[in-house]
Design a protein around this ligand. Structure first.
Ligand SMILES: Nc1nc2c(c(=O)[nH]1)N[C@H]1C(S)=C(S)[C@@H](COP(=O)(O)OP(=O)(O)OC[C@H]3O[C@@H](n4cnc5c(=O)[nH]c(N)nc54)[C@H](O)[C@@H]3O)O[C@H]1N2
Ligand SMILES: Nc1nc2c(c(=O)[nH]1)N[C@H]1C(S)=C(S)[C@@H](COP(=O)(O)OP(=O)(O)OC[C@H]3O[C@@H](n4cnc5c(=O)[nH]c(N)nc54)[C@H](O)[C@@H]3O)O[C@H]1N2
Ligand SMILES: [Mo]
Length: 697
């Protein structure tokens, strides 16, 4: 943001010429903040958190308080670009008109679709979480075309499937009541970095005497602020949960009435499989300690604290489910409050996601119009195996080779696992790739066409959340910059260029916004306030009433699943690659977004890997040396930081740098793999063995 622009404090009355617009943070984060956007003479001069929105409380994170810097960034894409270099050459593009780009893209897609529309693949995720700029007009377009469907698994599918199997939906505790908890277990979550507005409630509880325990292989900034940190090995959370169950049984700390009335699969064997109680009895603290790389006393004490404190709450986050057994681990942890009856209190229970609470109010079918599909149900392509799938030839099992990919709201070349394969796939000379973007990302570099998209300040949208239960509106604050167009408009234009005359392609963004929710969400009231809270039951499972078909929580089938890659499960691999690597988010980036915002990149510094002093000494590495992090899949160059944040045997490769802004054009996904989780077919980013060596100077 240019220095000459004055920054008013929006809590003081703005100047008469300042307009304040209701916005919503579009990013993939549980907080979904309400923003207040100050506009003067058609230019955004400041973005702030809405003071009246309960969870935002007037505060935005460092990243999003600089949202205007992103919008007015000197490298914003402001006109359509067409590739003029070969895919394996350094990228060169030239500007083209929208008319030319749309006609050419439509011609290519139509020709491919005439052979088999499933050869066209949409690829998108949560670059914006908005319901309109996400899967609304885009879904209509791809439904009408008959394109392959994308399984959107890259983030939360293991935990989502686990919650659905256990509670019936992606639902949990309500955010504000964490302030009343007496014990909060922050499990696989670096809340200060990735869920800041939850942290505010946890701090309130702490001030009132609550105990905070962090369970995370990395000693995060959140762990620093908790009373206790349990640094288990990655992918061993399910074993820890079983050990806690063992202790709850041994100490007679079960809420037998709750179990009897509201839980299936605890005592009862089914189809020859023992109930969960019997499985838990096989996990005494000593066994748990060995598998998890912690002490038996830590297991015993945690069980005593959990059973002995009421109300006890668990803030689980998606970090712990990015391993082979991530789904089962979430199931086991989600059953803990069913065993102790913690759900009886509104400040007890567990929160991983609140998104299921919106389901009755969302009108997804109206936005996406599945009825536009004329032919048979298209095949599913899993976004987490995009590397392999782009390289797969046609076959009876797979179907046609992928001939065209339309990417929006995602940067797969940086974020998808095993990037050497992903790059090879996108480099295919015969692949036609269109990328809708704000910036020239690693993925845009491999496109045939790059289409400039609007940012959140330049378009209308509506939002739900996965951390709270409020619906938000994001009004358009300013006109689109340059020739940028909203995703909705780009898909409208593509539909027209493809000759799709269905009236739904004429719906405006405001019409879409009015279709997005059922009548309970009054659009004009939402507009007036900027947000609207869903009616919620404070202690949703106090009387059972889970969202499963029979209203009972389901414990059947849950068990510990070991990693694909670990010293115990793959000793031969571990002999060559002895270090477990996790790659959690960096505080000042949002996945790969904001890596190109210089002020934020400067705070993060350089791509780095944290490692324990013992592991460094064993390899003769000194702090600050450049290293190669490698395995059979690839090699990632970064700087070694010897740090108390890393436990022995585990290295932390903070994510997710743009490859081209890192060293040697690599990032941490160079070494991750495409094997999927036990539930939900999600990636196992944090289930990854590597070795480190110093790079020659
Ligand atoms: N600043 C910032 N905020 C973000 C994001 C970001 O990139 N930057 N990403 C957003 C996205 S996409 C999401 S999905 C959400 C949630 O994203 P999450 O991935 O849940 O992110 P974190 O809260 O950082 O939690 C990950 C934590 O889990 C730990 N962890 C890794 N492996 C294990 C394990 O096996 N067991 C346990 N117990 N812990 C483990 C990591 O060390 C890390 O501290 O956050 C969102 N918020
Ligand atoms: N190694 C490792 N890899 C990971 C993770 C990890 O923890 N470790 N985390 C995983 C997780 S949790 C996730 S969610 C994925 C995230 O992966 P992605 O969803 O791909 O997220 P981003 O990297 O933020 O990329 C989003 C892109 O969308 C663009 N965008 C934003 N808004 C708009 C818009 O309105 N229109 C258009 N056309 N584009 C827009 C942004 O400019 C950005 O380039 O990454 C995963 N990858
Ligand atoms: Mo995510």
């Amino acid at each position: 943001m240019p220095a000459q622009i004055a920054m008013p404090n929006l809590s003081t009355p703005p100047t008469p010429s300042t307009r304040i617009v209701n916005g919503a943070c579009p990013h993939d984060c549980p907080d979904t903040c309400a923003m207040r956007i100050a506009v003067e003479n058609g230019r955004v001069i400041k973005v702030q958190g809405a003071a009246d929105h309960p969870s935002t409380q007037g505060a935005l994170c460092t990243k999003v308080s600089r949202y205007a810097e992103r919008t007015y960034h000197a490298e914003r894409l402001l006109q359509p670009l067409k590739r003029v270099s070969a895919k394996d050459e350094p990228p060169r593009f030239e500007p083209v008109s929208w008319a030319e780009a749309l006609a050419d893209i439509a011609g290519r897609l139509t020709a491919i679709a005439a052979r088999d529309p499933q050869a066209v693949l949409p690829y998108s995720y949560a670059g914006t979480m908005g319901l309109l700029q996400g899967e609304a007009m885009a879904a209509r377009f791809f439904n009408r075309l008959g394109a392959s469907r994308l399984e959107r698994t890259i983030c939360a599918a293991a935990g989502g499937a686990a919650l659905a199997a256990t509670y019936g939906h992606k639902v949990g505790m309500h955010l504000p009541y964490f302030a009343e908890s007496r014990l909060i277990i922050i499990w696989g979550s670096n809340s200060i970095a990735s869920n800041l507005h939850f942290w505010t409630y946890a701090m309130r509880a702490k001030r009132d005497g609550a105990r905070l325990i962090c369970i995370d292989p990395r000693k995060t900034e959140t762990a620093d602020k908790c009373h206790q940190h349990i640094a288990l090995l990655p992918g061993t959370d399910g074993a820890l949960a079983l050990g806690l169950m063992h202790e709850l049984i041994a100490n007679n700390a079960l809420d037998q009435a709750y179990l009897r009335d509201h839980v299936d699969g605890w005592d009862d064997a089914k189809d020859g499989e023992p109930g969960l109680r019997e499985k838990a009895l096989a996990w005494p603290p000593e066994r748990v300690a060995e598998v998890c790389g912690i002490s038996a006393d830590e297991v015993r004490q945690l069980a005593r604290d959990y059973a002995g404190t009421a109300p006890a709450a668990i803030r689980l986050n998606y970090g712990m489910q990015r391993v082979r057994g991530g789904g089962n681990a979430v199931r086991l942890i989600a059953l803990l409050p069913c065993l102790t009856g913690a759900w009886r209190h509104r400040a007890g229970g567990l929160l991983l996601s609140s998104s299921g609470w919106f389901a009755p109010y969302k009108n997804t079918a109206a936005l996406e119009m599945p009825e536009l599909l004329a032919g048979p149900e298209p095949r599913l392509i899993n976004m987490s195996t995009i590397g392999d799938d782009l390289l797969r030839p046609a076959s009876p099992e797979f179907g046609p080779q992928i001939e065209a990919v339309i990417v929006y709201n995602s940067n797969p070349v940086a974020v998808a696992p095993e990037s050497p394969q992903v790059v090879r796939g996108f480099q295919r000379a015969d692949l036609f790739t269109v990328v809708l973007e704000h910036f020239m990302t690693d993925t845009a570099d491999l496109a045939d066409y790059v289409l400039p998209a609007t940012t959140q300040l330049e378009h209308l949208d509506v939002h739900t959340s996965y951390g709270h239960t409020d619906v938000l509106i994001n009004e358009q604050a300013i006109a689109p910059l340059g020739e940028a167009r909203p995703n909705t408009q780009i898909f409208r234009d593509l539909a027209a260029a493809c000759g799709f005359t269905d009236p739904c392609f004429a719906d405006t963004d405001e019409q879409l916004a009015r279709q997005a929710f059922t009548a309970e969400i009054d659009f004009d009231a939402l507009r007036a306030q900027g947000w609207q809270s869903l009616p919620v039951v404070p202690a949703p499972f106090a009387l059972g009433q889970f969202l499963t078909p029979n209203g009972r929580a389901q414990a059947g089938g849950a068990d510990y699943v070991a990693n694909y890659e670990s010293r115990r499960s793959s000793p031969e691999l571990a002999a060559r690659y002895p270090l477990a690597m996790i790659s959690p988010p960096a505080r000042n980036f949002l996945n790969s977004s904001f890596v190109n915002v210089k002020s934020l990149r400067d705070i993060e510094g350089e791509p780095l890997i944290e490692l324990h002093a013992d592991d460094a000494a064993a390899r003769g590495l000194v702090d600050g040396v450049m290293v190669r992090v490698f395995n059979d899949r690839g090699s990632y160059s970064c700087r070694a930081r010897i740090s108390g944040r890393a436990r022995p045997g585990v290295v932390n490769g903070l994510g997710i740098w743009w490859r081209k802004l890192g060293f040697a054009g690599t990032n941490v996904n160079e070494v991750t793999h495409q094997q999927l989780t036990d539930l939900g077919r999600a990636p196992s980013f944090y289930d990854c063995l590597v070795e480190l060596e110093a790079l020659p100077l």
